[in-house]
Design a binder for this molecule. Structure first.
Ligand code: ADP
Length: 196
């Protein structure tokens, strides 16, 4: 089982990954970007705003994803993998930047993932008010600091990518991220077939 947690920053992904990981002690916990040694270096470049070109940014995310696929996903296909973000975010940011269409992005991403899709995607959606409230207590990285409207446009694109991937047979759970932490955890356990 390869479960991708998707949603913009502060939507509640890492909170729910920790809760689910407690129920699946042998799960592999990972993230994109930054799920490998090289990925940590790429993540620093990506999130501290060093890149001027959004195209360079997208291809660096893809490089991270290729490394992550080969070092983390492929060797652990018999295990439960819980990943904080992945190709859905990668495609959504590129769509929000307005440079590519979804089919082309899907081909690029399938290539670096060697065709391995997650089995489950959990998408957390939050309102503008909740974003403002949660961001106020957090240091913002280069991508987040482009503003609330940009984050909302990324969230909208995450939803379109999730719908697109659902049509490819991946199981999808869409959640209202402003529900209580406990309620969300219960829904997630049910979705992935783990006892609450
Ligand atoms: P992400 O990993 O998506 O960036 P986090 O899990 O780190 O999000 O959550 C961001 C902040 O919101 C944290 O302070 C967390 O405690 C809080 N939070 C997460 N889920 C909820 C929720 N369902 N209700 C209220 N606050 C939440």
């Amino acid at each position: 089982m390869y479960i991708l947690f998707e949603g913009i920053d502060t939507s509640g992904k890492s909170t729910q990954i920790s809760l689910l990981a407690n129920k699946i002690p042998k799960a592999i916990i990972t993230k994109e970007p930054g799920g490998t040694d090289v990925g940590i270096k790429l993540r620093n470049i990506l999130l501290n705003g060093e890149l001027y070109s959004s195209k360079a940014q997208m291809y660096l995310f893809l490089a991270d994803r290729a490394e992550h696929t080969n070092k983390v996903v492929k060797p652990n296909q018999d295990r439960v993998i819980l990943s904080d973000r992945g190709f859905v975010s990668g495609m959504a940011y590129a769509l929000a930047n307005g440079e590519y269409d979804i089919e082309f992005l899907y081909r690029l991403n399938s290539d670096v993932m060697d065709g391995i899709l997650p089995t489950h995607i959990i998408f957390f959606e939050i309102s503008k008010e909740v974003i403002i409230d949660r961001l106020s207590t957090k240091d913002q990285d280069a991508i987040e600091s482009r503003g609330i409207d940009y984050l909302l446009s990324v969230q909208k694109e995450i939803e379109s990518v999730v719908n697109f991937i659902e049509s490819k047979g991946v199981k999808v759970l869409k959640l209202n991220g402003s529900l209580s932490i406990e309620k969300l955890h219960t829904k997630i356990c049910k979705f992935v077939g783990v006892d609450r």
